[in-house]
Structure formats: C-alpha cells, structure tokens
Design a protein around this ligand. Sequence first.
Ligand SMILES: Cc1ncc(COP(=O)(O)O)c(C=O)c1O
Length: 357
Amino acid sequence: MSTDTLTISTQPVAKSRISELDFNNIEFGKIFSDHMLVADFKDGAWQSPQIVPYGNMSLSPATSAIHYGQAIFEGMKAYRSADGDILLFRPYDNFKRLNISADRMCIPEIPEEIFMQGLEQLLRVDAAWVPPTAGSALYIRPFMFATDDFIGVRPSSNYRFTIFSCPVAAYYSAPVKVAIETNYVRSAEGGAGYAKAAGNYGAALYPAKKMQEKGYQQLIWTDAKEHKYIEESGTMNVMFVIDGVLITPSVSSTILAGITRDSVLQVARDMGYKVEERKVSVAEIVEAHKAGTLQEAFGTGTAATIAQIATIYYNGEDMDLPAVEGREISNRVAQELDRIKTGQAPDPYNWVYRISL
Ligand SMILES: Cc1ncc(COP(=O)(O)O)c(C=O)c1O
C-alpha cells in the first residue's frame, strides 16, 4: 500500500442535485453524483488529480480513443453500513485489474495513490449519494482513455483517468433465459478478452441483440476455436452445480477474472462445498441436464452478485433448470456475500474497505 498522501484539489458544485433523487425509486444509470475525479497523463507523467463538478468533457473530434479504442473501465459498488459509514468491496482488486487492462491496451498504469486516494476523497465529497436504502448501492465507474488529438494509429501519448458514480437500486431480476453461442466469438486466445476494454463490449452487442430477438436475455460465450467449452456471459462469469459440486471455467487469457467470481469460490470453499475451476464443456452441461444432475446455473458479477439462470438454450433445445428456491449453494453464498459487503457479517477475508465519515 502506498503511503504518499496526495493533494487533490476540490471544486465543489454550486448547488447539489441530490434533491432530484428519490432513494426509494432510483432509475438505473441516469442520475450521476455531484462530482467526478479527473487526472490527466501528459509529458510522460500523471498530473495531480482534481475533483470537479460532474459534467461534460470537451474533446477534439480526433481524440484517439474514439477512433482506435484505447479505452478501459472498471465497475464497483459502495454500500452504506448500518452505522452510516461507506463500505467498498475489494477496491484494490478493481485497481489491479484496471492496470492489467491498461497494460494490454498500451495505456500507462494508474498509480495506486491516485486510484485509491482519489476514490476515497470522491466518496467523501459525494457521501450523501451512497443510498441508505437496503440493497441499494453507489455504482462507481473508474475509466481511462486515450486523448491524443491525432488520427495516426499508434499508442496515444496523452490519457485521462476519471471516476464518476451513480446510485443504483437493489438489483432484482427474474431468473434469466440464456443461450449458448456457437457462432459469434467474444474473445480468442491471444486477444484482449481478459481486459476490461471498451471494444470487447461494443463487439458483443450484435450477437447479444440477435439472441434477445430469439427470446434469450443473455448469451453464454464458448471458446473461439471449437465452440465446445463454456467461457463466460455478457458481463458475468458463469458457474454450475452438478451433483453438489460447484464448477466454473478457469480464468484464462480469454475470460475476465471477475472479482465476484473469486469471492463466490472462496466463500463456497469455506462453507465446505467442493469447488472445481477447470475447462467446462457444453457436452458435460447437456449430459448433466439429461441425467438430472444439473442442479444450479448462475452468473456472477458486481451488478447482481449472483444472477440465477432459469433456462439454457443449446442446439435447438431449451434446458430448464430446477426452481431457484431450492438452489442451496448459490442462495447461501449470495446471502453471505451480501452480508459481508454491507457489514452485516464478519469479513474474515479483509475484503471490505471502510470509509469512516
Ligand atoms: C466480461 C465480464 N465478465 C465478468 C464480469 C464480472 O466481474 P466482477 O465480478 O468483477 O464484476 C464482468 C463485470 O465486470 C464483465 O464485464
């Protein structure tokens, strides 16, 4: 952990917009907190970060991120504890993953003190925006992008790092219908699938839209070579329970290493469940379903923690899964994780970063 203390200048808003927000009726992704953190990289160094009112940025039409996609992001949540503090879940892991993405996309690494102290100070300034309502949270979006106004294809010399946030309501979604994708590809070995790079998401929209037109809310990607092995879902890692064993694809160069994924596996192991991280073939899922041993399937990610899967489509057939209420492992782990994140359960893993107000 870096001990350098940064000076972060703060330009407060003239008038907070918080009165426009109804904490009991939060519309997703549309109302942003009053402030944002901004730091620029120029002349080969990160400049001092600043906290400024949330607002539009002025960019040249030649801004290289817009053309060539040197743009990466993170997603994390802050919760309000019962005693009024702000609790972040595993923020160092988001910091580390942002720099893994930066490395892959030729973006200079963000120093820990800018990310962590910037995040903490921003949350202190916008503390009122962390919802007090159970289940709600403040969604935080750190991101970095190339800012050269130059249309040659090369790594940019200038970059911007920004963090903004928006309150989000408790995530609830009915168990989803997903389809196993055997035509389009999200990521291939040697590609950038393990990075949270903007282009990965842009390129996934078209296949996802086609599946939605067929009635499936999400797709499950398979490997680019043979379409035989399960990879991950849209913005979630995927897990299955077959015969009481929790199974998930190992992380690789083609899969984003989800922080929720890692947390779910750890908690499940500590609850005494058998966990396997390995290649998971589509054939194995189909066979388990036929044999009646496919007990649970779900996605893991920051948005939902655990999103239950009701039906999996593959090769012309829908595989319907057992009712969600009876899914022991995912329900138990989801509950425990939510209790840790919100400070209601002890945190033996040191995952929670508390900002005492
Ligand atoms: C492609 C992809 N996979 C998995 C995840 C889940 O990651 P996490 O649990 O860190 O939110 C995300 C979300 O960040 C994602 O975008």
